[in-house]
Design a protein around this ligand. Structure first.
Ligand code: THU
Length: 159
């Protein structure tokens, strides 16, 4: 039996095509990107989360001389958020990534470990997280849920 999976997503040519509210969140993620600690990869990633109470939480990737000890922007931000606002739902998540010097026009998608971690919190809150990933000056992709980026996901139901 053959089956097929389809995902729906929106593509914006750049941040000017976003709504005003989404543009503000994109700008916060882009600002957070400038605070990344990424001396080893020179690849800077910023993240901004919008919470149910209207607050925005930002974060960035944090690297380490012992390379695997570093952490992506998405997980740095979402772990801190749930640690500090465990009762708040996350409505939107924006991620902006690209090299420190040089252009990145293609939207930078989250790594597999970050997708899995975001999915955990989306399931926990039983409400979709609108997920945007983009590049500093170019394309931005919007998914209605992180589920769209994690087909055949592993979850607590298997434990
Ligand atoms: N990085 C992120 O912050 N998020 C991702 O989803 C992919 C990669 C970071 C990790 C590392 O600091 C740098 O980008 C290069 O991999």
């Amino acid at each position: 039996m053959k089956k097929e999976l389809t995902i729906r997503y929106d593509v914006f040519a750049n941040a000017d095509e976003l709504s005003d509210a989404d543009r503000q969140l994109f700008d916060k993620a882009a600002e957070a990107r400038t605070k990344a600690y990424a001396p080893y990869s020179d690849f800077l990633v910023g993240c901004a989360l919008l919470l149910d109470n209207g607050e925005t939480v930002t974060g960035s990737n944090q690297e380490n001389a012992a390379y695997p000890s570093g952490l992506c922007a998405e997980r740095s931000t979402i772990f801190w958020t749930h640690g500090n606002f465990p009762d708040q739902r996350i409505l939107k998540m924006f991620v902006v990534g690209g090299p420190r010097d040089g252009k990145q026009d293609t939207a930078v998608p989250p790594c597999g470990a970050c997708r899995q971690s975001i999915l955990e919190y989306e399931r926990l809150q039983s409400e979709d997280i609108e997920f945007f990933f983009g590049s500093p000056e170019g394309e931005i992709v919007r998914c209605g849920s992180i589920r769209d980026l994690v087909p055949f996901s592993f979850g607590a139901e298997f434990l």
